[in-house]
Design a protein around this ligand. Structure first.
Ligand SMILES: [Zn+2]
Ligand SMILES: [Zn+2]
Length: 397
C-alpha cells in the first residue's frame, strides 16, 4: 500500500468547501490528523493538504468488495489481496470488507487464513475483515454464485467452527433449514449477519432479526419479490426489506443494477442512516471490455460499465469502485452531497461495527480522508494521515 509523504501520519487538510465529519455534522474547519488519528491539534509539523475548495469526507467504507485488477479475493495469495486493496484505495476506499463469493470449503478457508495473516501482521491497513457472501444461499436466488458450491447452514456452521478470526460479516439465506442456529452462533460472537440471495418471507426475516440479523445484501439483486399465486399478494424478501425497521441495507448504484426510480425508493424507505452504498466490485474492475474473470467459483465477463455471467443470465457483481457509485447515486437520485457521503462512509461503517473509528472524522477516528470535487469525483485520498500517491500496483493490464 503506497501511502507516502507525511511520514509521521500527521497532516492538516484545509480550504474545503465543506467537511462532512459525521452524519449531520458539517463544518469548514481544517481537518487535523496527528499520528494517524483525527485530532484537535498536532505539534509535529503536519503535512499541509489543500482541498482546493473540494468536499472533504471520511475515507470511503466499502463492505462488499470481491476483487479488482484481474484478481479475486478467493485467491489465497497475499500479493493478489494487495493488488485488490491497492486498486480500491487509489479509488478512495480506505476501508474494505474482503467479500468472498461462494467457492469450495478449502478455498474459503485458505482465503480466511490469508486475511487473518494480513490483519495479524498489520500488513493491509485498509482491510477490516472478511464478508462471507454465501455459501448458505437459496438456490432460486443464487445469481452468479455457482450452484455446485452452495452448502447447508449446518455445513457452514461446521466450517466456521471455531470462528475464523478475520470473519466480520456473513450473507446468508435466513429461510434455509438450520439457518437460525447459524445466525445465533455468528451474532453471538459479534459477526454481522446479512440476508441475501434469499427467498425469505417477512416472517423468516423477522425471526432472523430477532436472532440478531442486522443487514440486507444488495436490494433487488438476489431477493425474492411479490407473488400472487391466487387472489392474494404475498410479499417477497424485497418487500419485506423495504418495509423493515432497524436493518441496514445495500444498494449497488453503478447505474446498471438499479435504475434511478429504484434507488429513490430505497433511499425513501431506508434514509441515508440505514442505506449503504456498496460496490460489489469484482476482479473485472479495471479490466478492458471483453476480459474474462473469476469471482468465487463463477466466471464473468466485462461489458461496457458492467459484468455478466458467461451465459448472460445474471449480472456478475460490478466493475465500478465505490467512489464512482457514490457520484452516480447523487446524479441519479439528486440526494444532497452530505447524505451521499454518509451512505458511503458512516452507514456502512456502522453496519460492519466499525463506526466511529471508520466512517467519521470525529476526534480519535482513523485519519482516513477523501477530498471530492463538486461532482463527488475523488481528488485526493489520505490513509492514516499519509497522502496516497503514485499509481496502484500493477493490475492485469
Ligand atoms: Zn451477491
Ligand atoms: Zn457480491
Amino acid at each position: 500500500m503506497r501511502a507516502e509523504g507525511g511520514g509521521t501520519g500527521c497532516a492538516v487538510v484545509h480550504s474545503a468547501a465543506s467537511v462532512h465529519a459525521a452524519p449531520g455534522l458539517q463544518h469548514r474547519e481544517p481537518v487535523v490528523i496527528c499520528r494517524g488519528r483525527v485530532s484537535v491539534g498536532c505539534p509535529h509539523g503536519p503535512v499541509p493538504v489543500d482541498a482546493d475548495g473540494g468536499v472533504v469526507g471520511p475515507g470511503l467504507v466499502d463492505i462488499h468488495v470481491h476483487g479488482a485488477a484481474g484478481h479475486d479475493l478467493t485467491e489465497p495469495d497475499p500479493a493478489a489481496w494487495h493488488r485488490v486493496l491497492d486498486a480500491h484505495l487509489h479509488a478512495g476506499s480506505t476501508t474494505v470488507l474482503a467479500t468472498l463469493a461462494s467457492t469450495g470449503p478449502a478455498g474459503t478457508a485458505a482465503a480466511l487464513a490469508t486475511a487473518a495473516r494480513l490483519l495479524d501482521g498489520g500488513l493491509a491497513p485498509t482491510l477490516a475483515g472478511v464478508h462471507l457472501e454465501g455459501p448458505c444461499l437459496a438456490e432460486t436466488q443464487r445469481g452468479a454464485h455457482e450452484a455446485g458450491h452452495l452448502r447447508t447452514a449446518t455445513e457452514v456452521l461446521h466450517e466456521l467452527t471455531p470462528l475464523p478470526t478475520a470473519l466480520r460479516m456473513v450473507t446468508l439465506a435466513p429461510e434455509l433449514p438450520g439457518a437460525g442456529t447459524l445466525i445465533s452462533y455468528l451474532t453471538g460472537q459479534g459477526v454481522r449477519v446479512s440476508a441475501g440471495h434469499s427467498a425469505a418471507t417477512p416472517e423468516d426475516l423477522a425471526r432472523a432479526q430477532r436472532l440478531g440479523l442486522s443487514h440486507l445484501a444488495h436490494l433487488w439483486s438476489g431477493q425474492s419479490t411479490l407473488t400472487r399465486p391466487d387472489l392474494h399478494r404475498i410479499p417477497g424478501l424485497l418487500e419485506a426489506s423495504l418495509a423493515s425497521d432497524g436493518l441496514t441495507a445495500e444498494v449497488i448504484a453503478d447505474g446498471h443494477h438499479l435504475p434511478a426510480a429504484l434507488l429513490t425508493i430505497a433511499l425513501r424507505c431506508f434514509g441515508p442512516q440505514r442505506l449503504c452504498l456498496v460496490s460489489d466490485a469484482t476482479a473485472g474492475t479495471g479490466l478492458a471490455v471483453g476480459s474474462a474473470f473469476r469471482t468465487g467459483a463463477s466466471r464473468g465477463r466485462v461489458h461496457d460499465g458492467y459484468a455478466a455471467t458467461e451465459d448472460r443470465t445474471s449480472l456478475c457483481g460490478s466493475v465500478t469502485p465505490l467512489a464512482v457509485t457514490t457520484a452516480r447515486m447523487r446524479e441519479l437520485t439528486g440526494a444532497p452531497a452530505g447524505d451521499v457521503v454518509t451512505m458511503a462512509t458512516a452507514t456502512p461503517a456502522r453496519a460492519a461495527g466499525l463506526y466511529p473509528r471508520k466512517g467519521s472524522l470525529l476526534p480519535g477516528a482513523d485519519g482516513d480522508v477523501v477530498v471530492l470535487g463538486p461532482d463527488l469525483s475523488v481528488r485526493t485520498v489520505i490513509l492514516g494521515g499519509r497522502p496516497v500517491t503514485g499509481e496502484p500496483r500493477g493490475g492485469a493490464r
